[in-house]
Ligand binder design. Structure first.
Ligand code: NPW
Ligand code: ADP
Ligand code: K
Length: 580
């Protein structure tokens, strides 16, 4: 190594050990500087993971202390704009931040593992996020191939900026895929990052891009979608022939998107999480949205605790009207649920034939009956001074009952809870709607809803038609199902609790009782509706720990209502402390 010696002599240093030490120090400084340059921005330490898996086969997500609004596309773009203006940063810095957060998320899980990662980027800002992620991965020695899916010649400036930064950081330049090119081979061992389309997708995707989506879906690779699965629209239902990327996981920025909760698209979302990318908190907090997610934090704000010297007269008298020969169980379920929801007193108004059944089943509940000895109601006339009335469970749609209900509605001024056959009667005789008190709460499942408002084309059409119907008649409509959505005054409230165990006979009757019981306690009808739906779902979420999803029956939900209340203020479980 003559050249090394000559170099030492040039520097006037003869002691070879000192030289080695000097070389070692230089190399260390260089390595440290290089490693430091690779770190994602400091702000990315604030990554917030909002959800976690409760069961591996069925996912129930929990959110941390964050109030969830569901923003429109225009509002997200505005949040973006306000954030960069307020922070005085170029918009590409926000993209860097978002890409840095995703990198952290991936790195925490892969810990440097050499799985082949294929990052597919579009040419918009979603593609830009993918480019930033790819650069961090490459700089940190992951095994990455980056692709540009060239579906449009309008490459946006921040995408181009991120593209240039990637090209100057590595010789490993992205492979551009154009229409007609052979699609890359994807193996089941790959990780695919889907940054092709984000919330900007606004029309049907070209066929060759659909073919790429299909290849990704058929590859069996682990797919991570950025912000929203490519091919899923933010504000409209999938169109005939659409292909949507099917991710194992979606990392969505700042807040969930509406299609994550709708029956046509939610099943695609195997699992998802929210990344807080630091959009302006003031804008997020003060912007009113048409859609909100209702979970524990929102319900805590509505909940009123009981004073020490409380007596039953302070918590209202619920009247549940329903039941018929063979269907007395429905009104029993509703009445008991009203008691468990905290109603001070409960009376069931039932046909005479049901009195012994109800009195045997529920000692706490009083009964009133009509003056006829039939199997169904022939009149609805009672003495009970009720604070809230729920009507419909098990009532039947006999013409005599329908006539009795019409007469009853004419006498009512306060909001009612209207369920099951009471909805069916109104759907069959729409003139009755004129006599329904303002702010009454209808609780239809999809079949009852269709009878009430007519057919719909898809989820978005259903939401719009239902919201308009509710607005026109000044009522609230609780669209029951997975992620029950309640609408009033053109706003939508998505429930965040519940599980498929609730798909069992009588669980809707329980919900009617819960909402009526809350209304009787003096909650505003919208509070009663939103809290009722939440508690009902939460009780079921707790109950399945004991009964399992298949084993859950409606009365179990009632039994666990108290636990759902207690859970409002339960401390979150602490993860086990690591030793050492
Ligand atoms: N605040 C945040 O949350 C932040 C969000 N960020 C990220 O930005 C993403 C949204 O980006 P984006 O607006 O550029 O849209 P993106 O989805 O990349 O699509 C690109 C363009 O494609 C076009 N286009 C639409 N449909 C088409 C079709 N079928 N076939 C062909 N072209 C079609 C359409 O343009 P058009 O042709 O209609 O003018 C569209 O603009 C967002 O999801 C998130 O990842 C972060 O970077 C920073 C903070
Ligand atoms: N897959 C599901 N996930 C969450 N909740 C569900 C699911 N299926 C049904 N539910 C809930 O269970 C209840 C069913 O009500 P309904 O169909 O009226 O039952 P029933 O007529 O038997 O009383 C509703 O509150 C609905 O939101
Ligand atoms: K995407």
């Amino acid at each position: 190594m003559d050249w090394v010696k000559r170099y030492y002599i040039l520097l006037g240093i003869s002691n070879v050990y000192v030289i080695e030490l000097w070389l070692f120090l230089c190399l260390s400084v260089y390595a440290f500087a290089k490693a430091y340059r690779k770190q994602p921005p400091e702000s990315s330490k604030k990554v917030v993971f909002l959800q976690q898996r409760d069961r591996s086969d069925f996912l129930i997500y929990k959110r941390k202390n964050i109030s969830m609004k569901i923003y429109s596309r225009a509002q997200i773009y505005e949040a973006d704009k306000v954030t960069v203006e307020k922070e005085g940063i170029p918009s590409i810095n926000l993209m860097e931040r978002a890409g840095g957060y995703i990198y952290e998320w991936v790195n925490e899980r892969l810990k440097g593992g050499q799985v082949p990662i294929k990052v597919f980027c579009g040419i918009g800002n979603n593609g830009g996020d993918g480019m930033v992620l790819a650069r961090y991965l490459i700089e940190n020695n992951y095994n990455v191939t980056t692709y540009v899916v060239n579906y449009n010649n309008k490459r946006v400036p921040d995408f181009l900026g991120a593209y240039d930064r990637l090209k100057s950081a590595t010789k490993n330049w992205p492979i551009v895929i154009n229409e007609g090119d052979e699609l890359p081979a994807i193996s089941p061992q790959d990780i695919v990052v889907d940054a092709i389309f984000g919330i900007g997708l606004n029309r049907v995707v070209q066929d060759w891009v659909k073919a790429l989506f299909t290849a990704i879906n058929n590859s069996n690779a682990y797919v991570l979608s950025i912000d929203i699965p490519s091919g899923m629209y933010m504000d409209m239902a999938p169109q005939e022939g659409d292909v949507i990327i099917l991710p194992r996981f979606t990392l969505s920025f700042q807040a969930p998107k509406l299609p994550f909760f709708l029956p046509d698209t939610a099943p695609i979302m195997q699992a998802w999480d929210i990344l807080d990318i630091g959009l302006d908190p003031e804008y997020l907090a003060t912007t009113a949205t048409d859609v909100e997610l209702i979970g524990k934090q929102e319900v805590i704000q509505m909940y009123r605790s009981r004073p020490q010297f409380a007596h039953k007269g302070m918590f209202g008298h619920s009247l549940l009207i329903g039941g018929s020969y063979g269907k007395m169980g429905a009104i029993i379920l509703a009445s008991k649920a009203a008691m468990r929801a905290g109603s001070g007193m409960v009376t069931a108004y039932i046909p005479q034939i049901g009195v012994p059944i109800l009195q045997t089943a529920l000692p706490e509940v009083m009964t009133e009956t009509d003056n006829f000895n039939g199997k169904v109601f022939e009149e609805i006339d009672f003495q009970t001074k009720a604070n809230a009335i729920g009507i419909g469970p098990g009532m039947g749609t006999d013409s005599k009952t329908a006539k009795a209900m019409g007469d009853f509605l004419k006498t009512q001024k306060n909001p009612l809870v209207i369920d099951a056959d009471a909805i069916n009667i109104i759907a069959a005789i729409p003139e009755l709607l004129a006599d329904v008190p303002a702010l009454s709460i209808f609780t239809p499942h999809f079949g009852e809803l269709e009878r009430l408002i007519g057919k719909w084309e898809d989820d978005f059409d259903r939401l719009e038609k239902t919201a308009k119907f509710a607005k026109k008649h000044d009522i609230a409509i609780v669209m029951k199902g997975a992620h029950t959505i309640t609408t009033y005054d053109m706003k939508l409230y998505i429930n965040d609790s519940g599980n498929p165990g609730l798909a069992t006979a009588g669980s809707g009757d329980v919900l009617t009782g819960v909402i009526t019981g809350l209304l009787a306690q003096g909650y505003h009808p919208m509070e009663a509706a939103l809290m009722g739906v939440y508690f009902h779902g939460r009780a079921a979420d707790i109950a399945i720990n004991q009964y399992g999803i298949e084993g859950l029956i409606a009365s179990d939900v009632t039994e666990f209502l108290g636990r759902a209340y207690m859970d409002l203020f339960a401390k979150p479980e602490q993860p086990p402390q690591e030793e050492g």
